[in-house]
Design a protein around this ligand. Structure first.
Ligand code: TXA
Ligand code: MG
Length: 344
């Protein structure tokens, strides 16, 4: 038997034990029943696919860490149905005035951006399991916009943890097929909601400290948050902030060596590239280029939507990945952030 045939058999057998459910009412009912039984289900959101488990079931939450190979102690986001009152899941310590302000700020942001690609970090409410928050005094809350995600949350009537449905440190999945590549044989179900419309993980805003702070840039920008809060928003995790795996330099990384090149270096590279190099560019493929070329949309939203799929494809087919740096404008910040991590 050749290596190729034995490898492909193994993949088929592993995939066989992971079932893809359609994002129909029947598929959603099946997924909800599995979650209520304490099983894991990968589910679609507008950002990336998540790996759901009942946030109130410690054994199920622990299985999420095992399936992803994620070190224990890295906190998970709790996903909630639209209309949930934040106060149910967060507690505010400190003076009464501070608490009121924090809750008012969170509610204003929720009203403006939920359901949507924004995660809020707040002091942890008593009902939140320590397994979910890695023992930290804060909790991450998000109300996803994807209709299939919302239907699943309504059907389970459970809060769901939902880290991105990839193995630890790898590229987040933006389709059911991507999840299968990552977790085949490790989880029983993937609920298919089609490709993710945003394509990059949610903006994470920490409201637990003295100043609102962005821990992970995303589709919702600092300017949008500042407009609602009427307060300046700090960027980047400070030394005292809790551990955020997404802020590790080498997170969201392809296995294949990946380099970012500015315009001049990119042009020089293109002239000398070999047939095993894979390129992600804003431009069309030049005549005679010998390698693999993926042109992504010139608008930041379109580019973000397709980026992880392109990285994933080139990770499998190319020996080196070269990315032409997109423009430096603010609307590209989240893309730049993920590209830097992919190349770290
Ligand atoms: O768009 C998203 O947020 C996706 C979809 C599935 O909702 N989820 C996602 O989850 O990206 P995950 O676990 O891959 O990334 C969540 C990040 C992690 O870096 C985690 O450390 C951080 O949020 N996080 C969670 N709880 C936190 C907390 N209490 N304090 C600080 N960071 C926290
Ligand atoms: Mg992740």
């Amino acid at each position: 038997m050749t290596c190729a045939s034995s490898c492909s058999k193994r993949v088929v057998r592993m995939s066989d034990s992971t079932v893809i459910l359609p994002g129909t009412p029947a598929g959603i009912r099946r997924a909800a029943a599995a979650l209520r039984e304490g099983q894991l289900v990968a589910f679609p959101t507008e950002t990336v696919y998540g790996l759901a488990a009942d946030a109130g079931n410690a054994a199920a939450v622990n299985q999420v860490f095992a399936a992803k190979g994620r070190p224990a102690g890295h906190p998970l986001i709790i996903h909630l149905p639209a209309g949930t009152d934040l106060a149910k899941w967060s507690a505010c310590r400190g003076t009464l005035a501070e608490n009121k302000e924090r809750l008012a700020a969170a509610r204003a942001l929720a009203a403006a951006f939920w359901p949507g690609p924004l995660t809020l970090i707040l002091p942890r409410g008593e009902r939140v399991l320590p397994e979910v928050t890695g023992g930290q005094p804060t909790v991450a809350l998000r109300v996803p916009a994807s209709p299939v995600a919302q239907a699943l949350l309504q059907a389970t009537e459970l809060p769901l943890v939902g880290p991105s449905a990839n193995r630890f440190g790898r590229i987040s999945p933006t389709s059911a097929q991507h999840v299968l590549q990552e977790l085949a044989g490790r989880i029983p179900f993937i609920l298919d909601g089609g490709p993710s419309s945003v394509g990059l993980e949610s903006t994470i805003l920490d409201l637990s400290g003295t100043q609102p702070r962005i821990l992970r840039p995303g589709f919702i920008t600092p300017a949008q948050l500042e407009e609602v809060l009427q307060l300046p928003v700090a960027a980047g995790a400070d030394v005292e902030s809790p551990r955020v795996p997404g802020t590790l330099a080498s997170h969201y990384a392809p296995v294949t060596p990946t380099r970012l090149l500015d315009a001049g270096a990119f042009e020089r590279f293109v002239r000398s590239a070999g047939s095993r190099s894979g390129v992600i560019s804003l431009q069309g493929r030049p005549a005679g280029f010998p390698g693999i070329w993926r042109q992504l949309p010139a608008d930041s939203g379109g580019y973000a939507r397709e980026l992880y799929g392109a990285l994933r494809e080139l990770d499998e087919t190319a020996e080196a990945i070269i990315v032409e740096l997109p423009p430096a404008a603010a609307c590209w910040d989240a893309v730049h952030d993920r590209l830097r991590r992919a190349a770290a």
